[in-house]
Write a protein that binds this ligand. Structure first.
Ligand SMILES: *[C@@H]1O[C@H](CO)[C@@H](O)[C@H](O)[C@H]1NC(C)=O
Length: 345
């Protein structure tokens, strides 16, 4: 989930006060020379060129789809359904192929609460070891996995896409911190997969990092604990609580109101609050109104254009008629003149 991705940068902000779209803490920009600005621009262009995974947009919502399979923002229901199917298919595939993987970031936090995803989450996160990542790149890249739910109702295809930059374990320009994705080819939603590598075994042995600077000690990761997530066998790091507190602070394990949901002690579920339901309803209504207004305007514009076209057509018809009339009169006059001339003979 998004705040997982940015946790390092957001660590100083209060997690619960920040919205997902919260701007990062900004220092006053230093005045830049023309050359510096140009260099910065070039860097951005290079970065965009280097980026392997593409999303349809940079906003909170659009950043959670793969551009190739995106056909529009999905409903809450479709997202929920997709994420459940997606993680089940993913965990099955990894287990069947003897690939080690575990839950991470917001997905791990969801598991901590009730063994389920956080209902407001837009993407899911897992991690793998560097060795597994290498195997994914060598053997399983571009695998298409068909998934049929046990009741036979849900059928989906998932693409495992491995970033060619996996061989580079340093962050670099930051454009390729996601190592692989498990993508729903129906709507573009995905699971972000990141690999952990011991980048400095000589100076920092036993320290595992991802390209987004999350750090873990071997003893906090292993031995992994086998558990159940969304009804499927899954693994979590040994010191999951320590990892969660490091990433999200104590609050994430205590506060029971978050993102328009509140924790129900009895059912052990995150339930959408009435305020959130009302807010979403209002937003949906406003969207419909806006779309209707836009459609109406388009219709009126089209009608006006048609009217103008009709007027123009009439005008040009009139001009043509006038011209014809004039020509006729002129021809008439010419003929009568000729006749006059002939008559004088
Ligand atoms: C995975 O496959 C895609 C598509 O063929 C390719 O562009 C990419 O470089 C591959 N990744 C790796 C790690 O080889």
């Amino acid at each position: 989930m998004k705040f997982g991705r940015y946790a390092a940068t957001l660590a100083s902000l209060s997690l619960f006060a920040s919205t997902l779209a919260a701007p990062l803490v900004q220092k006053a920009p230093l005045p830049q020379t023309k050359e510096q600005k140009e260099a910065e621009r070039q860097k951005q262009i290079e970065r965009a060129k280097n980026k392997y995974f593409h999303e349809p947009g940079g906003t909170h919502q659009l950043g959670h789809y793969d551009a190739r399979y995106f056909h529009g923002v999905v409903s809450d229901e479709e997202r929920t359904d997709t994420q459940l199917t997606m993680i089940r298919a993913y965990l099955d595939f990894f287990r069947e192929n003897g690939l080690d993987t575990w839950l991470a970031h917001g997905t791990l936090l969801g598991w901590w609460w009730n063994g389920k995803r956080l209902p407001w989450d837009w993407d899911m996160d897992t991690q793998v070891s560097g060795a597994t990542l290498a195997r994914l790149g060598e053997k399983h890249n571009q695998t298409m996995t068909e998934y049929v739910s046990t009741d036979g109702v849900t059928k989906r295809k998932f693409l495992l896409d491995v970033n060619p930059w996996i061989w580079e374990r340093e962050r670099g320009d930051g454009a390729n911190i996601i190592d692989a994705r498990w993508i729903d080819t129906q709507n573009g939603l995905f699971i972000d997969i990141t690999g952990l590598s011991e980048t400095h075994p000589d100076t920092k042995p036993g320290v595992w990092v991802c390209k987004n600077y999350h750090r873990y000690n071997t003893a906090d990761l292993y031995p992994m604990r086998e558990t159940v997530f969304e009804g499927v066998v899954a693994k979590v790091p040994y010191a999951y609580d320590k990892i969660l507190v490091q990433e999200y602070k104590e609050k994430a394990l205590v506060v029971t109101d978050f993102e328009g949901h509140s924790w129900n002690m009895n059912s052990k579920e995150w339930i959408k609050t009435q305020a959130q339901i009302d807010k979403e309803k209002k937003e949906a209504e406003e969207k419909v109104k806006k779309e209707a207004a836009a459609a109406e305007k388009k219709k009126q514009d089209a009608e006006r254009k048609e009217l103008e076209k009709g007027k123009k057509r009439q005008e040009s018809q009139k001009k043509y008629d006038d011209d014809q009339q004039k020509k006729k009169v002129e021809a008439e006059q010419k003929r009568s003149k000729q006749e006059e001339g002939e008559g004088q003979d």
